[in-house]
Design a protein around this ligand. Structure first.
Ligand SMILES: Cc1cc2nc3c(=O)[nH]c(=O)nc-3n(C[C@H](O)[C@H](O)[C@H](O)COP(=O)(O)OP(=O)(O)OC[C@H]3O[C@@H](n4cnc5c(N)ncnc54)[C@H](O)[C@@H]3O)c2cc1C
Length: 378
């Protein structure tokens, strides 16, 4: 395998100027303290501002320094389950309502950050005859419920086309959201890890926030921050690599294949971002450091070369994400006035934004009827 590029563990997306935010120093008062400034936390902050709340946001590293700024950038409708699996697990009505919610969210994401989102559609490409037959079942279930899908056959292979899905630079989008929230009055701090958490007090190395409610919007490592979620959320690392601009592979739309394990998008510059092979790393991938490993990076590189792409690999990176056994995320008041959201099982760009806003509403005592779609027992 080629030598890891320098800087180590930096995503392909990290090519926009960003002025770091200061760390929190001293004591502040807020209505709500949001811990974690990834896509979910930032959507939460935005909703809180809309509700008239005084908001402090704390980020351990930099804005979207976790999975939110290091992912594949696919904006997919639906949950972590394929639609027909969701129907089986959740019932048709609930699966359909959840899917509809994510379709609306896609429109909202595009409207909020039109500069960063491209409505290309997405492809699910079958990697085996079994998977092709599974695609057919998914097609049937989605058509029965009038959801946007079509069979697909093209240079990428055979499978399904989801015409309303989209793609983005995930880091750039979060940075736009953070700048906007700060302009609208949120007090946001980087390099400010929450060391202790309660519903009314959050402490960091050099400061503290007194608040009425606390919302923890952290996907990977959620169970280490809030031990009451151990056994329900488990952290794994997901890995990607990126190439120099190339014309060797044309991908007009992002795609995922082999049951969603592998995924790729081609940026407008021609660079490819490719992720996957979590399963190839075995037990070792259930870890929390979020650093790339030789094993998985080697598999990604072979896969890329087998696709006929010989462009130099310029980036290799990883990040932690939370998985749940049910495939549904966590949205819960885990302690008095202390809310937790996360555990998106590898697909949190759309659902995380929805949950961020729902958590904001719940914490402010506002109606949030859609929350039940996530929280109702199976
Ligand atoms: C390689 C990879 C590819 C992926 N591809 C896709 C995809 O294409 N589409 C998709 O929908 N999803 C994808 N995902 C999943 C998706 O990225 C995540 O589910 C989603 O970004 C989670 O966002 P979040 O804001 O909830 O959490 P996070 O991104 O985990 O953000 C939480 C933030 O909290 C901070 N934090 C942690 N602890 C503390 C603390 N104590 N105090 C303060 N701050 C703290 C972290 O630094 C982090 O910035 C992928 C994930 C990875 C890793």
């Amino acid at each position: 395998m080629s030598i890891l590029p320098n800087p180590f563990n930096t995503p392909l997306w990290d090519d926009h100027p960003w002025t770091p935010l200061p760390p929190l120093e001293g004591e502040l008062e807020a209505d709500v303290c949001v811990v974690g400034l990834g896509g979910s936390g930032l959507n939460c902050v935005q909703e809180l501002l809309g509700l008239g709340a005084r908001v402090v946001g704390l980020e351990a590293g930099s804005v979207a320094g976790g999975a939110a700024g290091r992912n594949g950038g696919l904006l997919l409708a639906g949950t972590a389950m394929f639609y027909h699996d969701a129907v089986k697990a959740l019932g048709r009505e609930r699966a359909r309502a959840l899917y509809a919610l994510t379709l609306t969210e896609l429109g909202r994401t595009e409207a909020a950050t039109p500069e960063g989102v491209r409505r290309t559609g997405s492809l699910r490409i079958a990697a085996s005859p079994e998977e092709l037959s599974d695609c057919e079942q998914q097609l049937e279930a989605m058509r029965e419920d009038d959801l946007p899908v079509a069979p697909y056959s093209g240079p990428e292979g055979r499978g399904l086309l989801f015409p309303t899905d989209a793609v983005m630079n995930p880091l750039a989008r979060c940075q736009v959201l953070a700048r906007r929230a700060a302009q609208e009055g949120a007090l946001l701090f980087e390099s400010s890890p929450a060391l202790t958490l309660s519903g009314s007090l959050v402490t960091t190395p050099q400061g503290r926030v007194r608040c009425r409610e606390t919302i923890v919007a952290v996907d990977g490592r959620l169970e280490t921050l809030l031990p009451e979620l151990e056994g329900r959320v488990r952290t794994a690392r997901l890995q990607m690599l990126g190439t120099a601009p190339t014309r060797e592979l044309d991908l007009p739309r992002p795609l995922y294949t082999r049951w969603g394990y592998e995924y790729a998008q081609r940026r407008p510059s021609g660079s490819l971002a490719l992720g996957g092979f979590r399963d190839a790393g075995g037990e070792a991938e259930w870890e929390t450091t979020g650093e790339p490993s030789q094993e998985v990076q080697g598999r990604l590189e072979r896969f890329l070369r087998d696709l006929g792409v010989h462009a130099p690999i310029t980036h290799r990176w990883a990040a932690p994400v939370g998985y749940t056994k049910t495939g549904l995320p966590v949205l819960e008041e885990v302690r008095e006035n202390l809310w937790a959201l996360g555990g998106y099982s590898g697909t949190g760009n759309v659902i995380g934004a929805i949950l961020g806003r729902l958590a904001a509403r719940l914490a402010c005592g506002e109606a949030a009827p859609e929350a039940a779609l996530f929280t109702r027992p199976l």
